[in-house]
Write a protein that binds this ligand. Structure first.
Ligand code: IMP
Length: 187
């Protein structure tokens, strides 16, 4: 249930309290800025966007429609490494890649880079399949938590400290992905 407190929206989910952190307007600004950078870098290429399900579907839908003059293809991969609020350290390929990436310029679209395990393993996977280049666009990035240097995203909507966030595709045990804003857990 969403509550309004001094015009700031708050959410209670599974016994935790979350405050609105990025409004839909602020998110749209971040998305535009990322789209602008990617449009400039890929104007003369035909990139393949690999959207990491489930979390990145909302960001990807907004980002890809905001690109200008980029002829591209989009495909999806589904992985999981999280349970509740923490990473299991193990990446599971639930829906594998169904597109040939050989000789392609690939851009992975991710919701959030936390430890970097997901991106670290995905990059190795895509390079192993023959991708020419692999870059990463992530809506959020937690630089303090990064454990894999090669997982640092090339394009970032917003940096965040260590807190757990939900909404705009990000879930809490499968729920609340459909929130239009990003909410931060209250300690
Ligand atoms: P990493 O492999 O540790 O970088 O974690 C990446 C994945 O963990 C993301 O794609 C998310 O699904 C999930 N994740 C990491 N931090 C959060 C968070 O704060 N909220 C929701 N999901 C998160």
């Amino acid at each position: 249930m969403i509550f309004f407190f001094n015009s700031m929206r708050t959410i209670d989910e599974q016994g935790y309290h979350f405050d609105e952190w990025l409004t839909p307007k602020e998110i749209a600004k971040d998305v535009q800025q990322v789209a602008k950078q990617i449009s400039a870098d890929y104007a003369d290429k035909e990139p393949l966007f690999v959207v990491v399900l489930n979390g990145a579907f909302v960001f990807a839908a907004d980002l890809l429609r905001a690109l200008e003059n980029v002829r591209c293809e989009v495909t999806f991969i589904r992985v999981s490494s999280y349970w509740g609020m923490s990473s299991t350290g193990q990446l599971e390929f639930i829906v594998p890649l169904q597109q040939v990436v050989d000789n392609r310029d690939v851009v992975i679209v991710e919701d959030i880079v936390d430890t970097g395990l997901t991106i670290h393993q995905l990059k190795a996977h895509l390079r192993g399949l023959g991708a020419t280049s692999v870059r990463v666009a992530s809506m959020l990035f937690k630089p303090n938590k990064l454990e894999y240097e090669d997982a640092k995203p090339d394009y970032v909507g917003h940096e965040i400290t260590d807190e757990f966030v939900i909404g705009y595709g990000l879930d809490f045990d499968g729920f609340v992905r459909n929130l239009d804003a990003i909410y931060k857990v209250k300690e």
